[in-house]
Write a protein that binds this ligand. Sequence first.
Ligand code: DMJ
Length: 657
Amino acid sequence: MQWRALVLGLVLLRLGLHGVLWLVFGLGPSMGFYQRFPLSFGFQRLRSPDGPASPASGPVGRPGGLSGPSWLQPPGTGATQSPRKVPRRPEPGVCGPAHWGYVLGGRDRGPDEYEKRYSGAFPPQLRAQMRDLARGMFVFGYDNYMAHAFPQDELNPIHCRGRGPDRGDPSNLNINDVLGNYSLTLVDALDTLAVMGNSSEFQKAVKLVINTVSFDKDSTVQVFEATIRVLGSLLSAHRIITDSKQPFGDMTIKDYDNELLYMAHDLAVRLLPAFENTKTGIPYPRVNLKTGVPPDTNNETCTAGAGSLLVEFGILSRLLGDSTFEWVARRAVKALWNLRSNDTGLLGNVVNIQTGHWVGKQSGLGAGLDSFYEYLLKSYILFGEKEDLEMFNAAYQSIQNYLRRGREACNEGEGDPPLYVNVNMFSGQLMNTWIDSLQAFFPGLQVLIGDVEDAICLHAFYYAIWKRYGALPERYNWQLQAPDVLFYPLRPELVESTYLLYQATKNPFYLHVGMDILQSLEKYTKVKCGYATLHHVIDKSTEDRMESFFLSETCKYLYLLFDEDNPVHKSGTRYMFTTEGHIVSVDEHLRELPWKEFFSEEGGQDQGGKSVHRPKPHELKVINSSSNCNRVPDERRYSLPLKSIYMRQIDQMVGLI
Ligand code: DMJ
């Protein structure tokens, strides 16, 4: 009897092991819908490395250097590894269904047909169940924040307490860069409430923000974090409130007098000192909201931090009719852009704002650079300024030339599947063998430009890592096939890309990915009063922190993935997401330059050759206090139809959404 039980046990163990291997190394069951969506990607493709990775040392990346995956080799060193040409963008008018057809392999099929065909692969009831699970996730986190943490910045979900800046340790930048003592989580979550159609809570939350949040605080925060999490959210909520169409339900606020816009202006003015007294025009990374740039401040900033302020600052400028904010943000982008390597066209990840010297020469798609690229494209989508698109296109080509390794096509040909690695900005040489979890946003950006096939592939790589750990480690070493940095702070990037790829392809594969992510978040991160950071993706221990982007991004993208009829994709208005996931409608009004009557676009001269006044850094405050602040957005402008030329541009850029 015992003997039989032993044999049965061994058989079951073997079957279980097979199941685990299949889940870890494959991308999931071979169901019908994969037949038209042939993705075969898993870690088994990698050859075992001969030895441990040696980051940034030795001949890594040189032809004939270390053996291992072909990602170690620079582009152009193997028969199948020439630098990839950026695929031709769909022509205006070819976007949409025809392009979707192309993505899925049948040129003549529109998304509806695919939806019909695959609807059985993810039943509508299951979709509704997942949508409710995502909403429940948000509500649990939000309610607990309101009950245990508000008015503090963040929720400590394990001990059910609030968290504010670490006054005892000003060098604790992990906390102090983000937490400004301004009810961060509530502010950051505003538009998620609207997207989920919760008008009563949205109205309550907006009033609470108006009545209780102040920026007159002795807090030294990172300019970038304050911009994307707070400024961006205030502007997004303001636009939702003042939208004459109200697609999310009644999100109007009784007697609303543009208070959120004024608050955004107040915050932005407090951030402006970061742009003064900098020799390059690249801003200081941190300011004190009361006193300006601290005397002992650091002159080094990361590229993404300094160069991804243009969307929020540009929106603010265009709503107020005050060029100052856009001007300083644009000046920073251009200053960084001009410092790119002449040889590779790449930028590094850390720069000295006074000397323009690159302190960090690593060029990649993750930490330090991610949203820099994202905002070149998104600024163009929003404002229609051609130079932003030109910079983006050039950057994208350099990325293809130097960062992309592996074979040319996603799912066929010899060699390893493509991967984007970290290289030295000047030489293009590989600097290390890890990628970080922030880089998982990139497939979403590729969807926006129509490079969907490559997006599918990179997303699959990240999903394979997720499947292995039930989360994304902060850094994953692709040579060792193991995490380098083990925490997962509930980041949204993989969900964001999953959502955008689902919108582009309508392939239910992405719903399965979303379900998988939802379920592992529930399983490993849900704690007594919210969702906790995973301290260790392998042993699944947790940390007592729930970052505000969990509510503003992770939950929002998960919800939108399953909420097929959400106004974000069904109302007829085109929405763009800021890097913090805040929705902004793409409309004509934001493509106007309300200050054109005062300043010409090109340096110092108007079109008639007359010299005109340009704002100089030392004049910034004067310009602001002479204030355009009272100039409120003209409601009539909102109802103008988009000009067809802009429509075409938008189609070209966001036609897939
Ligand atoms: C968010 O604050 C934003 O998405 C930002 O662009 C990157 N980091 C976090 C999420 O991981």
